[in-house]
Write a protein of this length. Structure first.
Length: 284
């Protein structure tokens, strides 16, 4: 009887020890889950802060970019011709047709792209967006909205870098990475490419061509990225307008948004048709 009681007692002690241990484990697990939740939340907040700092930095850099002037681009084209270099590129559309292509560089921009799309929709015109890979990756729905609205999109490198200042192997990586992001989002590989700042040399042009791109330059650059004032942007754009013109402006500039309705109305009244770069290429 005594032995049986001792066994019962030992059994009860073991059982209560087991219950205590289970309770401790459950408690510890819930603490660690709580800590993990806290960690995840603070990570999300930190990542959001990092992203916002990076985006600020990005837009600051984009604003500081110095574009090649149209005259410099023409001089470069001339020197290529003299050297018998022929790259796959477009300087302008058909000069016998009253067509204009508006191109927006550096987006998509979470604040400005939806406003631009609304504006283009209001006037029922199509444009072309040269997208930065890392911005597209963060805003895929805006890229899809651009394509769904019938606009053309093109590659503007992944990090928006001056391709003449990086090694040739990085040039290919920059263009390829942006191309892959755009293909993943839209299901189609892009075939239009614009080098940031219009900066390219023989090796950049050959890499772009080898990757299946046509390099798209411009005829009309009002320097909107310098925020010169909407009147200056308007005057510069309109003074350079010609058949087959390609206007270079930016996604992310308020002054450009402000002045676009006046420019579109003016050019429509003069009988210009707004086309995408893709339409320009077909018609040329
Ligand atoms: Zn750019």
């Amino acid at each position: 009887m005594k032995i049986i009681s001792q066994i019962k007692l030992r059994y009860l002690l073991n059982l209560s020890a087991l219950i205590c241990m289970t309770a401790v484990i459950i408690l510890l697990e819930s603490f660690s889950t709580l800590a993990a939740t806290d960690k995840t939340q603070s990570d999300i907040l930190n990542n959001a802060a990092d992203l916002s700092t990076k985006l600020d930095q990005y837009w600051q850099n984009a604003k500081n970019e110095v574009y090649k002037s149209v005259l410099e681009l023409i001089a470069q084209d001339q020197s290529e011709l003299e050297k018998n270099l022929k790259f796959s590129k477009l300087m302008h559309g058909d000069t016998t047709k009253k067509q204009i292509a508006i191109t927006f560089d550096d987006g998509p921009h979470p604040e400005f792209t939806p406003k631009l799309l609304d504006l283009l929709d209001k006037y029922n015109i199509k444009a072309t967006f040269f997208l930065v890979g890392e911005m597209a990756e963060k805003n895929p729905e805006l890229v899809r909205a651009e394509v769904a609205a019938g606009h053309s999109i093109g590659n503007h490198t992944f990090h928006h870098v001056n391709l003449k200042k990086i090694p040739e192997s990085d040039v290919a990586t920059e263009i390829k990475a942006c191309g892959e992001v755009l293909e993943n989002i839209t299901g189609k590989p892009p075939h239009l490419f614009r080098p940031p700042g219009g900066d390219y040399d023989k090796s950049v042009a050959l890499v772009s061509e080898a990757l299946g791109y046509k390099m798209i330059l411009w005829t009309d650059d009002p320097g909107d990225y310098l925020n010169p004032g909407d009147k200056v942007i308007e005057r510069k754009i309109l003074s350079r307008i010609d058949n087959g013109g390609i206007i270079l402006v930016h996604d992310g500039i308020q002054q450009t948004l402000d002045v676009l309705p006046r420019i579109i109305e003016h050019l429509k009244n003069e009988g210009y048709e707004f086309v995408t770069i893709d339409q320009m290429l077909i018609n040329k």
